[in-house]
Design a protein around this ligand. Structure first.
Ligand code: CA
Ligand code: CA
Ligand code: CA
Ligand code: CA
Length: 257
């Protein structure tokens, strides 16, 4: 409508042909304007060509349109799908093992010795002495942060290490300091088994080796293992050493932090 009015008013002053020529000039100027999708993420068809954002070829080289639809690696520090959420922060990674593991573990250990009562220690081939060991409980609690590396546990999905911060060593009085159910520091590894099961590996500093210590089973919000074994005690003065002095129950409770 504006173009038509302008042509009519010009037509009063100049020849009709000149007016037509001016109109053609306007059309050339319009087509010369390059219309592009100005934003590839605004959900608008900016250049009104029927194609919105990444569907428009104008956006073919835009990083947002080149990015994959999901986080493709969950441990590389890169936000692959450019949704501002990196690795485990991205819900795309929720099911990844690497994102299941917590940043720290609360570990509670309880060792309960149920004494068998008198134990016969053979002093000579025909002489025995009875030893008696009380039943006892040693417990410990600590929070272990995630280690920066696997610390040599190639089987482990995650390794945690740190000092044992709190202990109540009731068995030291009964068994002596030589027998320690809880070390002063712990280096533990976890291996995914299932949604309700994890292997717990432990590093033995003396043997300088990792061993699978037990299997943890999910129990409400914690992971628990209970292992029982006969406690054998090495007594140098007893010819029949080691002596079986009782039943030892070790309960390990791990809570994800
Ligand atoms: Ca468009
Ligand atoms: Ca757009
Ligand atoms: Ca990533
Ligand atoms: Ca992402």
């Amino acid at each position: 409508m504006r173009a038509a009015s302008r042509c009519l008013s010009l037509g009063l002053l100049v020849a009709l042909g000149a007016c037509s020529g001016g109109d053609d000039g306007d059309k050339v100027d319009d087509s010369a304007v390059e219309r592009v999708e100005t934003s590839c993420t605004n959900n608008q068809d900016d250049d009104v060509d029927g194609l919105i954002d990444c569907d428009d070829d104008d956006c073919a080289a835009d990083p947002v349109c080149l990015a994959p639809d999901t986080e493709t690696a969950c441990e590389d520090g890169v936000d692959e799908d450019l949704d501002t959420l990196t690795d485990c922060d991205d819900p795309d990674c929720d099911a990844e093992l690497t994102c299941i593991w917590p940043s720290e573990l609360q570990v509670e250990i309880e060792a309960t010795l149920t004494s068998h009562g008198d134990v016969e220690c053979q002093i000579t081939s025909d002489t025995t002495v009875a030893y008696y060991f009380d039943s006892c409980v040693t417990s410990a609690t600590t929070v272990l942060p995630k280690a920066a590396s696997d610390l040599g546990c190639t089987s482990c999905d995650r390794v945690y290490a740190g000092p044992v911060t709190s202990t109540s060593d009731g068995c030291a009085a009964t068994l002596g300091d030589e027998v320690r159910f809880v070390p002063s520091s712990l280096t533990l590894g976890l291996v995914f088994g299932s949604e309700t099961s994890r292997e717990l590996w432990a590093y033995d500093g003396e043997a300088e080796a990792w061993t699978q210590a037990t299997t943890l089973t999910r129990d409400a919000n914690a992971w628990v293992s209970v292992d029982e074994e006969e406690l054998l005690l090495e007594l140098p003065d007893c010819l029949n050493s080691p002596l079986t002095i009782g039943s030892l129950s070790m309960t390990v409770t791990v809570t994800d932090g």
